[in-house]
Design a protein around this ligand. Structure first.
Ligand SMILES: Nc1ncnc2c1ncn2[C@@H]1O[C@H](COP(=O)(O)OP(=O)(O)OP(=O)(O)O)[C@@H](O)[C@H]1O
Length: 442
């Protein structure tokens, strides 16, 4: 101990002195500053913890949805179909055929990704939509089985419009008063029907064009798979060409050309306005639906597959209809849009002549429309091939134009066939350059 009387401060006294001494920070005492700092650190840690937790929860939810769809019946993205992108706007003042085709159609402004948040969530176990989930999504809506049952009066036979390779088509009246066509897909080959269903739903739903039948929704409950389309109210082209219409066909030459051009525009959109492009694969007269103003709407994309950037696609089975299928597709299974062009050529022949592509009731040399047609043209009997049910003869130039388009479409060399966009121009052009006319002009 010292005699000076000076007290040596104990460590405790010195610490408490430091803590109570004022700091330069707003003249606050040191313990206050420390308390503020601790509180700050605590608050930040709490915030970080909450963020991490929220992120984890959202990731878990997303992955649950993905699993649901991968094991269930409605995929978010079909494996066979890539995203359909909106066609890029063409800055040039006069758009090329593809851009013109694209301009007439709309891919719903919705890309797949954008459609996801509102995609209906379906309970895989029983196929039912979860209550509270939205039934309206990017390109259409989800219909419950009960809704469609009511619309078609219990799928009654009176509401049957027809039956195709994929199932029965019913006419349905929805509660809002709108009329739809409900395609009830076959269940006897569920694996295949389901695949086709996914393909159709993913691909077709987003494709909108005035000459294509729009898919407006679907139903998937339990084993049921249904597609809901716009209802087109004037039958199909096959019925009007080959049905009993009396001695004079209501399909005048001009109407027939309107149908041919509209169909070509719809197909040009599928081939040239979409990325990846769509090959229809089953172009035929029963797949051309008509409205009351004879506007054509190409239907039945059940066979359509999307192609990647490569130009061709090999399939194991030929899926078109006899008489319309191109020779190279029939023999090799090699598929590209050139096969559709060939089928369109046959369809155009059918429109001009009123004859079916294959007609066993005709004499041997006339059963096959393409062979007969070629023979008639090469023996310069083009005027004789017109459908006798057309009352008023078309202008020779117009007939010649249509015949020439037919011949170019059925060229055996797929690379020499025109593109659908070019066909639209050829059929529409008033001054289509015929060889004879060009020669005489020279
Ligand atoms: N959206 C629709 N509006 C009105 N009628 C339709 C619609 N879709 C199909 N139809 C009609 O339903 C019937 C069956 O059509 P579907 O497309 O199932 O078969 P298809 O074209 O006759 O044969 P395939 O399945 O071999 O192509 C046809 O008469 C067709 O005209």
């Amino acid at each position: 101990m010292s005699d000076s009387g000076d007290e040596i401060p104990s460590p405790n006294t010195s610490l408490s002195h430091k803590l109570t001494s004022k700091t330069e920070l707003l003249n606050l005492k040191l313990y206050v500053v420390i308390a503020i700092l601790l509180a700050g650190v605590l608050a930040v840690s709490l915030l970080v913890f909450l963020c991490v937790r929220a992120h984890r929860v959202s990731r878990r939810r997303k992955s649950r949805i993905r699993v649901k769809h991968s094991s269930g019946s409605i995929p978010l993205v079909s494996k066979e179909i890539a995203e359909i992108k909106e066609p890029r706007p063409d800055p040039s003042p006069s758009p090329p055929p593809a851009a013109a085709a694209a301009a007439e159609g709309k891919i719903g402004n919705q890309k797949l990704k954008e459609a996801r948040p509102t995609e209906p969530t379906v309970d895989v176990e029983n196929g039912k939509r979860r209550s509270g989930e939205s039934d309206v999504f990017g390109w259409g809506r989800w219909y419950s089985l009960r809704e469609l049952e009511t619309a078609t009066r219990g799928f009654s036979p009176e509401n049957v419009i027809g039956e195709g390779g994929y199932g029965v088509v019913y006419r349905g009246s929805l509660q809002d008063g709108s009329v739809v066509a409900v395609k009830n897909l076959l269940n006897n080959n569920r694996g295949q029907a389901q695949t086709e269903f996914k393909v159709e739903v993913e691909a077709i739903g987003k494709v909108k064009h005035k000459n294509l039948v729009g898919l407006i929704g679907y139903c998937a409950e339990g084993a049921q798979r249904m597609l809901v389309y716009e209802y087109i109210d004037n039958g199909n082209l096959e019925q009007w060409l080959h049905g009993d219409v009396g001695p004079v066909s209501p399909l005048t030459w001009d109407i027939r050309m309107k149908i041919a051009i509209g169909t070509a525009k719809g197909l040009a959109y599928l081939h040239e306005g979409l990325e990846p492009k769509v090959v229809h694969r089953d172009i035929k007269s029963s797949n051309i639906l008509l409205d009351r103003k004879w506007n054509p709407r190409v239907s039945d994309f059940g066979l359509a597959k999307l192609l990647g950037p490569e130009s061709s696609y090999v399939t194991t089975r030929v899926m078109g209809t006899f008489g319309y299928v191109s020779p190279e597709y029939a023999s090799t299974g090699m598929l590209n849009e050139g096969s559709d062009v060939y089928s369109f050529g046959v369809l155009l022949m059918e429109i001009i002549t009123g004859r079916s592509p294959i007609d066993y009731s005709r004499p041997a040399g006339e059963m096959n429309l393409v062979d007969w047609f070629k023979g008639m043209i090469s023996s310069r009997r083009g005027e004789e091939i017109l459908d006798p049910l057309i009352e008023v003869q078309p202008p020779p130039r117009s007939l010649k134009r249509a015949l020439l388009v037919c011949l170019r479409c059925i060229d055996l060399d797929v690379h020499k066939r025109p593109k659908m966009g070019q066909i639209v121009h050829m059929l529409e052009a008033e001054d289509f350059p015929f060889r004879s006319e060009t020669r005489s002009a020279r």
